[in-house]
Write a protein that binds this ligand. Structure first.
Ligand SMILES: Cc1cc2nc3c(=O)[nH]c(=O)nc-3n(C[C@H](O)[C@H](O)[C@H](O)COP(=O)(O)OP(=O)(O)OC[C@H]3O[C@@H](n4cnc5c(N)ncnc54)[C@H](O)[C@@H]3O)c2cc1C
Length: 245
């Protein structure tokens, strides 16, 4: 893999262990919103790196929305970084979790858990998604209300785009004002997800899903019961999925 030396320019802490690093890395090749890069560093026992969705479109400084995995190998190192620190960034982007790989549809659902919000932030910052879909539903599943991130930016889309954009926060471990309570899958089954989105998850939707593998598997099963299936160029469907682990 080819690496470039990035410099941390900003660290925004949303909640303990939940943060966005802004990394200046002008040598990264152009990429599409939704693609990922590798972040890493040299340890005595070798180079340690992991993939991260870029939470911003291609520019000289790139955002990464990261959660500390206490027992993890790389994230404890990422969490202690501060502005001015150096980090290895892969030069070549990868991944097909992009609008290019999405089917045409009236409505696009952007469904993510935790840091699975990252690719959608990158997409919402560019005009393409707004030009291509009549309605955009952003669903963000988190455990606690304090895990919310990018809220001001998301509120700006609601204000700026009116009924074209709906934000549905789903909080699983506590009741929170303005959010659905439970798991995304439960809210799909009991109808509250579509009620808050004010539209239905039907065969003429495009559904992007990203994050926790349990959510992805269960959503794929539930949506499969409605006839929605993975989208492939050779075999069109509705679902475009990114697994984080
Ligand atoms: C395509 C892709 C894009 C990714 N983008 C992001 C991103 O934008 N932000 C991000 O924080 N992570 C992202 N990840 C996950 C990331 O690559 C690492 O797996 C994660 O940061 C843990 O690394 P670690 O070395 O600390 O943990 P490891 O020692 O590798 O332990 C991995 C374990 O950590 C847990 N885990 C991994 N990712 C998460 C997560 N996001 N939330 C909760 N638990 C997790 C799982 O239990 C997993 O088995 C992405 C993964 C993939 C495959």
């Amino acid at each position: 893999m080819e690496w470039t030396e990035g410099i941390v320019r900003n660290k925004k802490v949303w909640a303990p262990g939940l943060f966005t690093l802004s990394i200046e890395a002008p040598e990264v090749h152009p990429f599409e919103p939704g693609q990922f890069l590798q972040l890493g560093y040299d340890r005595p026992d070798g180079h340690l790196h992991r993939p991260y969705s870029v939470a911003s479109p291609h520019e000289t400084t790139l955002e990464f929305f990261i959660v500390l995995v206490e027992q993890g190998q790389l994230t404890p190192w990422l969490w202690q970084l501060n502005p001015g620190d150096q980090i290895h960034v892969s030069k070549k982007p990868a991944g097909g979790f992009t609008l290019t790989k999405c089917p045409e549809a009236t409505t696009i659902w952007l469904i993510g858990t935790g840091t699975g919000l990252a690719p959608y932030i990158a997409m919402l910052r560019r005009p393409e998604i707004w030009e291509r879909y009549k309605k955009i539903v952003l669903v963000h599943g988190i455990r606690h209300a304090s895990d919310q991130a990018y809220l001001e930016e998301i509120a700006g889309y609601s204000e700026g785009f009116g009924s074209q954009f709906v934000f549905v926060p789903v909080v699983s471990r506590e009741q929170a004002a303005g959010a659905l309570f439970g798991r995304i899958t439960q809210c799909l089954v009991d109808g509250s997800l579509e009620a808050m989105a004010q539209c239905a998850l039907t065969l003429d939707s495009c559904v992007m899903m990203c994050g926790n593998p349990d959510m992805l598997d269960e959503m794929e099963r539930l949506l499969g019961e409605r006839g929605l299936k993975k989208h492939r160029h050779s075999n069109p469907g509705q679902l475009v999925i990114e697994r984080y682990w």
